[in-house]
Design a protein around this ligand. Structure first.
Ligand code: C2E
Ligand code: CA
Ligand code: CA
Length: 445
C-alpha cells in the first residue's frame, strides 16, 4: 500500500504538522528525550559543553512535517526507528538525537570523504522509500556536517543544522560547516563534475615522449591525464586523481586513459612508429580483480599487442609474494603486459623489492634527477639505482630531465631512457605526432 502525501489537502497537513511540531518542541525544551520518537533529544547535545573529535552530522528530512502530520502519532516513532536503523547500517552503533525533521549524531566515520560516500549510500537506500506499518513513505533528506573539533558540541549542533538548511537551499546532498569548508565543498563539487567531464571532453590525455639515449630516438610515450575545467581552468592530476581514488572513480578514469593511449599507439603504428605506451595505474586499482580483463578488452578492440603497453605502478608498501597485489602483478605480466616501477627511490623499495617484482623497467623519481646536478648524494643515488637495475636486467628511465647537462650526465651514467621538459612537455597527441615526425625528418635529413 502506497499513500501519497498529496492526497491530504495541503493546508490540513501543514496545520497538523505545525501543531505537532510545536508540541514536540515544547516537550523537547523540557526534557532530554524526544517524546514523539523516543530518541534522545537534540537539546541534550545543546546542553553539552563537551568537545568531541568526531564529525557531527545533522540529517534533515525535507518533508518530515508533512509526513508525520498525515499519519497517526505512533507512526513517528516507527519511522524514526526505521531511519535510525538505516543510518546505523554504515555508521554502526551511533547514538542518534532527534528534533522535528532533524536527526543528529556524532559519526564513527573519521574521514569526511568516507562519510560523504556513506551519506550518498544512505540517500540511495532511503530513496527507495521506507515501509512503516505497511505504508510506503517517500523520504528525501539533506545533510550538514561540522568538523570543528575544538568547539563545544552546543555550538557545533547549530553549525551542523545550519549547514543542513544550506544543503536544502542549494539542493546539495551534503554541506560542510567548518574552516575547511571551501576546500571540502570544492572537492565534493569536483567529484560530481568529474563523471560529466569525462563524457564531454574536458578530460583528455597528454603524451610525453621517452627518449632512448642510445639510438637518440623517441621510442615511447607516457599518457598523462588532464582536466581542463570550463570555469576553473586546468586542474592537475595530483589534485583530482587522489579524490577519484578516494571516491572509487579511478577505474573510470583509467579506462578512459588506457583507451585513448591504446588508440593513439595504433595510430602511431600506422604512421610507422613502433612505440611503447605507458599508463599510470593506481595501487588501489591493483586490488581490483577486473583490471586484467578491462585492459585485454581495450587491447582487443584496437588491436594492439600487450607487450607495447607498460603499466607504471607506484606501490611502495612492502609487497609480500603471497599478497593479492603481487599475484595481480604476476597475472598482468603473464598476459604479456610490461610493468614499470614509478617514482623509484621515494618509497621503501629496496634491491630485494626490485629483484622479485616482475617489472621490466624502473623510473628514477624526478626529485633525484632534478637535484643530482647540485647534490653529490643524489648523483650517487641515481648512479647506484642505474647500476642496481642493470644488474637485474631492468631498463632504466630517468624522469624530470629539464636540462642538457642532466641529459649528458645520465648518458654518461648509462641510463637507457629519459623523459622530461628538456625533451618535451606532455602535449596533446596531435602535437606529439608533429614532434616525433619533425625529429624523424631532421634525423633523416
Ligand atoms: P608521474 O607518473 O610521476 O608523472 C610524471 C609527472 O612529472 C607528470 O606530472 C609530468 O607532467 C611531470 N613532468 C614531466 N617532465 C617533467 C620535468 O622535466 N620536470 C618536472 N618538474 N616535472 C615533469 P603530472 O602530469 O602533473 O602528473 C602527476 C601525477 O599524477 C603523475 O606522476 C601520476 O602519478 C599521476 N597521474 C597522471 N595521469 C594519471 C593517470 O592517468 N592515472 C593515474 N592513476 N595517475 C595519473
Ligand atoms: Ca608515471
Ligand atoms: Ca614519477
Amino acid at each position: 500500500m502506497s499513500i501519497q502525501i498529496e492526497v491530504v489537502p495541503a493546508f490540513c497537513v501543514a496545520l497538523v504538522a505545525v501543531i505537532r511540531m510545536r508540541t514536540l518542541d515544547r516537550v523537547e525544551e523540557a526534557g532530554e528525550t524526544n517524546t514523539g520518537s523516543g530518541l534522545p533529544s537534540v537539546q541534550a547535545l545543546r546542553n553539552s559543553t563537551d568537545l568531541s573529535a568526531r564529525i557531527l552530522v545533522a540529517l534533515k528530512i525535507r518533508n518530515y512535517g508533512g509526513i508525520i502530520g498525515s499519519f497517526a502519532e505512533h507512526v513517528e516513532a516507527q519511522l524514526a526507528k526505521e531511519i535510525v536503523r538505516r543510518i546505523r547500517i554504515s555508521d554502526e552503533s551511533v547514538l542518534i538525537y532527534h528534533e522535528g525533521g532533524m536527526f543528529v549524531w556524532l559519526s564513527s566515520i573519521r574521514s569526511s570523504f568516507d562519510l560523504f560516500e556513506n551519506l550518498e549510500g544512505l540517500h540511495r537506500i532511503v530513496q527507495n522509500g521506507i515501509q512503516v506499518g505497511g505504508i510506503d513513505i517517500d523520504l528525501s533528506f539533506n545533510c550538514g556536517i561540522d568538523s570543528e573539533f575544538d568547539r563545544a558540541l552546543s555550538s557545533r549542533v547549530a553549525s551542523a543544522m545550519q549547514a543542513a538548511e544550506e544543503a536544502v537551499r542549494s539542493d546539495e546532498l551534503v554541506c560542510q560547516h567548518d574552516g575547511r569548508k571551501q576546500e571540502a565543498q570544492w572537492e565534493i563539487s569536483l567529484l560530481t563534475s568529474l563523471d560529466r567531464a569525462i563524457d564531454n571532453g574536458e578530460v583528455w590525455v597528454a603524451y610525453q615522449p621517452k627518449l632512448d639515449l642510445r639510438s637518440n630516438r623517441i621510442t615511447g610515450a607516457e599518457a598523462l591525464v588532464r582536466w581542463t575545467h570550463p570555469d576553473r581552468g586546468p586542474i592537475g592530476p595530483d589534485k583530482f586523481i587522489r579524490i577519484a581514488e578516494e571516491f572509487h572513480r579511478i577505474e573510470r578514469i583509467t579506462r578512459f586513459v588506457i583507451n585513448d593511449a591504446v588508440r593513439v599507439a595504433v595510430e602511431l603504428e600506422r604512421s610507422g612508429y613502433e612505440m611503447t605506451m605507458s599508463v599510470n595505474i593506481s595501487a588501489q586499482l591493483l586490488r581490483n580483480a577486473g583490471l586484467p580483463g578491462m585492459i585485454s578488452e581495450i587491447l582487443a578492440v584496437h588491436g594492439l599487442s600487450p607487450n607495447r603497453l607498460i603499466l607504471e605502478i607506484t606501490e611502495t608498501d612492502r609487497l609480500d609474494r603471497s599478497s593479492r597485489t603481487f599475484q595481480m602483478l604476476q597475472r598482468l605480466v603473464q598476459s604479456g603486459l610490461r610493468l614499470s616501477i614509478d617514482d623509484f627511490g621515494t618509497g621503501n623499495a629496496t634491491i630485494d623489492y626490485l629483484r622479485y617484482l616482475p617489472a621490466s623497467e624502473v623510473k628514477i623519481d624526478k626529485t633525484f634527477v632534478s637535484s643530482m646536478e647540485g647534490s653529490k648524494e643524489d648523483l650517487l643515488l641515481v648512479q647506484s639505482i642505474i647500476e642496481m637495475a642493470h644488474s637485474l636486467d631492468r631498463v632504466v628511465v630517468a624522469e624530470g630531465v629539464e636540462t642538457a647537462q642532466a641529459l649528458e650526465l645520465l648518458e654518461n651514467l648509462g641510463c637507457d631512457l629519459v623523459q622530461g621538459y628538456h625533451v618535451s612537455r606532455p602535449v596533446p597527441f596531435r602535437d606529439f605526432l608533429s614532434f616525433v615526425s619533425g625529429r624523424r625528418a631532421r634525423l633523416i635529413g
